[in-house]
Unconditional design. Structure first.
Length: 633
């Protein structure tokens, strides 16, 4: 090794990792305990930030005081899985040049530009380095020579056992890896089997603490309000509201103080940047809090208060939300966290995130279940109330219909009958005006009777009491009787040309249905066609058998129906628009009742219409089984 002289204040040398760290320890011996301006910084201070790639592999020790300052910086040739491996060689540079030390501190300071306090601390230390006191410089040179003389003498003794030690280390590492895999599988199995979050967490952290021989292992949970406030503070300089506490812990023994339910103090309040790095999977590895937090007096004091010397923190994240942290504590001694230990703790944190997610899903399902049960109960009550109201309305309707049947039908029968008698058998000579009045009374009575009968018929069908009275009959005779029973006369009165087109084989003129209701269907369709056909127009009734179905088609050359009203044509009390409503009489029940009667026969009805040219109504009625006649009407 090159000796240090007064003008030459730096040298470069290839060292092992062990020699490099031992050289750093020699630096610390040069700091006077009474020098309040002195500080020792190592790469440990970078553990709590996401350092750039070139800094992640950099090792260093920098000493700053008013009388002695120095910098030991290194970049390894190669990195093994464990950075503490003695076989990795390092290009080390030792310098006492104030300019180089200040430059290094400036670069280190710039890494903490988002941490105002640390940035200002490093800015302060950049002002301190000057040429070292000659006496102290000589003392360090003597310490350095003495150290390497001892190391050279020990090298021969240790060299003979290196091969055996290397093999033993590999074997021990494999055994530990196998045991670690078994432990992780146990945690995963426990997570899959149980839905009790408290049991899962307590069991998992107890097993991990025992395996890693930790002094304390805790789970820190952030409050929901804190998690939800992250996004609203991303563009703010002010730190987000921070709340939370330790919700689970396991201790090595009773001498370790409990931190259960402890909340972070003000000096630990994280910034938005801190939240983001943990949310993205950042893990914090601190081997010695005195080195990592050398620039954070408040935080260092707090960690000492709760008995923490080394710690490792892994985030518990699910669905890109930071739930909390899994934190391992070494209370009295420093601890170099190995790569395998970091992987195990991070994997356990991931499994806890899965368990938490499962638990919250289950709670959500339970909540939804209770909500659904309540909604079902409320809906059941509503339906019960609606059913009671419907039954009451049905009773009122039945009572109303019974009243109509008794109070209206009976007087109408007398009105129609007596007016008809007076028209035929006069007990004295009637003037033309009197005869016209009697005829009007008779016609209006019959129209009112027809309307009441339609209402009663429609109500019976809608109430499910409109059973069919099935008989076998002749279609030809039924149609002829319907036409002769007033329809022909209506056509003559309206000056409408009526045509009948019967396409039925007289030898097969037998059909089974409710003849009264078939007659009612034809009556409604034909009277409707005659009513809406102008004078000089025509109405045609065609009848034929198609696939055993009786088909009735009524075609007219009337006013037609607008396309937008076709969908409302068969609704109750619906008539054509206002201009026609003033010209044509009717309640709008005829077509609604016709459709109900057709559907009662399991048939169908279609309509085609063109405004100004006329309409075609077509009805298909299938043959009915005689057995249906046994149903009580």
């Amino acid at each position: 090794m090159k000796m240090l002289s007064s003008p030459d204040l730096s040298f470069c040398q290839t060292l092992t990792s062990s020699a490099f760290y031992q050289l750093g320890e020699l630096f610390q011996q040069m700091i006077s305990p009474v020098d309040n301006a002195a500080i020792i910084l190592t790469e440990a201070v970078l553990a709590r930030i996401s350092a750039p790639g070139d800094w992640q592999i950099k090792k260093f020790t920098v000493v700053v005081s008013s009388r002695f300052s120095g910098l030991l910086a290194a970049i390894p040739h190669s990195l093994s899985a464990d950075t503490n491996c003695d076989d990795s060689s390092i290009n080390a540079k030792l310098t006492f040049e104030p300019e180089e030390i200040i430059k290094f501190l400036g670069n280190l300071r710039d890494l903490f530009e988002r941490d105002c306090h640390t940035y200002q601390q490093l800015q302060h230390y950049c002002q301190i380095p000057v040429l070292n006191d000659a006496t102290l410089q000589s003392q360090f040179t003597l310490l350095l020579l003495k150290h390497f003389t001892v190391q050279t003498n020990q090298f021969q003794v240790l060299n003979n056992t290196d091969n055996y030690s290397a093999c033993q280390q590999v074997e021990d590492a494999l055994q530990k890896q196998i045991a670690q895999e078994k432990l992780l599988n146990q945690v995963i199995t426990q997570t899959r089997k149980s839905l009790n979050l408290s049991v899962i967490v307590t069991t998992a952290i107890a097993q991990v603490r025992d395996f890693l021989e930790l002094d304390r292992l805790v789970v820190y949970k952030f409050e929901e309000a804190t998690l939800n406030s992250q996004n609203s503070h991303q563009n703010s300089q002010k730190a987000p509201p921070y709340a939370g506490c330790v919700v689970h812990e396991v201790l090595a023994n009773d001498t370790i103080s409990s931190v259960l339910n402890y909340s972070e103090e003000k000096c630990l309040m994280p910034s938005t940047k801190c939240w983001e790095k943990y949310r993205q999977g950042f893990t914090l590895s601190v081997s010695d809090i005195e080195k990592t937090y050398a620039l954070e007096d408040c935080l260092l004091k707090y960690l000492k208060k709760i008995q923490v010397r080394a710690k490792f923190a892994a985030p518990i994240v699910f669905e890109e939300e930071l739930w909390g942290l899994l934190i391992a504590h070494q209370c009295d001694n420093t601890r170099d966290w190995t790569q395998s230990e970091k992987i195990l703790l991070t994997s356990v944190a991931e499994q806890l995130a899965i368990a938490i997610h499962q638990s919250e899903l289950m709670q959500s399902l339970e909540s939804d279940k209770l909500t659904l049960e309540q909604r079902v109960n409320d809906r059941t009550i509503e339906l019960h109330d609606a059913l009671v109201a419907a039954e009451a309305a049905n009773r009122l309707r039945n009572e109303f219909l019974a009243t109509i049947s008794h109070e209206l039908l009976t007087p109408l029968t007398y009105v129609i009958g007596m007016s008809s008698t007076l028209l035929r058998w006069s007990f004295g000579k009637l003037s033309q005006r009197q005869r016209n009045y009697l005829q009007t009374i008779h016609d209006c009575g019959e129209r009112l009777l027809e309307m009441i009968n339609d209402i009663l018929e429609l109500s019976q069908i809608e109430a499910g009491k409109g059973a069919l009275n099935i008989t076998e009959f002749s279609l030809t005779n039924t149609i002829t009787n319907t036409i002769n029973n007033g329809l022909a006369e209506k056509a003559v009165q309206g000056k409408v040309n009526f045509k009948l087109d019967l396409q039925i084989n007289p030898q097969k003129d037998k059909f089974t249905a409710d003849v009264r209701r078939v007659n009612h269907i034809l009556w409604n369709l034909l009277t409707n066609a005659i009513k809406f056909t102008p004078e000089g127009g025509s109405v045609t009734l065609r009848v034929w058998i198609e696939n055993k179905n009786a088909v009735f088609q009524v075609e007219d050359t009337g006013i037609g129906i607008p396309e937008e009203q076709l969908s409302q044509l068969f609704e109750k009390f619906h008539q054509l628009d206002t201009p026609y409503r003033r010209r044509y009489q009717g309640t709008g029940l005829g077509l609604a009742l016709t459709k109900q009667l057709v559907q009662l026969h399991r048939g169908r009805i279609d309509v085609e219409s063109t405004v100004g040219k006329g309409s075609i109504f077509t009805v298909w009625i299938p043959p009915q089984l005689i057995i249906r006649s046994k149903i009580k009407d």
